[in-house]
Structures are given as C-alpha cells and as structure tokens.
Write a protein that binds this ligand. Structure first.
Ligand code: FES
Length: 144
C-alpha cells in the first residue's frame, strides 16, 4: 500500500472512532474514575474503569474534545479491556514511543491504535492523542 493510501486508511479509521465512539459513557459503579484535561485547549476526558483482580473488566470514557483525543480514547478503551493493569500500562508506553517517533510495538490486541501514528509528525496534537492514556496512567499507577 502506498503512503498516501495508508494515510487515507488511517484517517478514515480515526474518523470512524470519532463519529462512532466505542465505550462512550460512564460506568456508574466503576472502581476508578479519572478526570484529565489537556491544558493547551481545556478539553476534558473522564475515564471510568471497572478493575477486578487486577484485570480491566470494563472501560468507558466521556468528555468533549477534538477528533484525535476522542478517537484515541475510543481506541484505548477497546484495547485495554480484558487486560491486566500492567499490560494496559505497557500499551501506554508503546503508544508514547509511537508518539515520540521511536520504535514501538503494537500488538494485535491494540486494534486500530496504529492509525494515530501520523500524529507524531504534529507535535501540537500529541497532547490530544495521549490524553486518554495519561488518564489511564494517572488512575492506575497506584493500583499496580
Ligand atoms: Fe483539545 Fe485536541 S484540541 S484535546
């Protein structure tokens, strides 16, 4: 596939997550609620997780933001469900590497996340893409 086609594919994956977000909402009896905002634009996200025996049983997000932040949250909540906290944080590390333009490893479980790889070329948007992952990190670091 040429770079242009790949770019277009990635763009349509991002827009699909933005227009049809997976796991949008709030887990009412979730075990963790994390609020996070992007200081550069003020956009906010609320991440709720249901963690049982160190496994992310369910994950939902709510909030308003740009297509990059909302699609990233949608992809992230899909990716981490069914995984341990350590595995979810490892995914976040790989995502950070991808945003830094370094080598990274995206496993099959991480689904559509690679569609955001192009954001690395736009430093101003990296905070948008990492917003949900930062919320995950903030909420789960103490759970390890
Ligand atoms: Fe606010 Fe992207 S512009 S999160």
């Amino acid at each position: 596939m040429s770079f242009n086609n790949l770019d277009q594919l990635y763009r349509s994956v991002i827009m699909d997550h933005y227009k049809n977000p997976r796991n949008k909402g709030v887990i009412e009896d979730g075990s963790l609620t994390i609020d996070m905002n992007n200081p550069t634009c003020g956009d906010r996200i609320r991440l709720t997780l249901d963690v049982e025996d160190n496994i992310v049983k369910d994950a939902k997000f709510d909030g308003d933001g740009c297509s990059i932040s909302m699609s990233s949250a949608s992809m992230m909540t899909e990716a981490i469900k069914g995984h341990t906290i350590e595995e979810a944080l490892k995914m976040g590390d790989e995502f950070s590497q991808m945003m830094l333009g370094n080598d990274y490893e995206i496993t099959e479980d991480m689904g559509d996340i690679e569609a955001l790889s192009g954001v690395a070329k736009f430093p101003a948007r990296i905070k948008c893409a990492t917003l949900a992952w930062k919320a995950l990190e903030k909420g789960t670091k103490n759970e390890e």
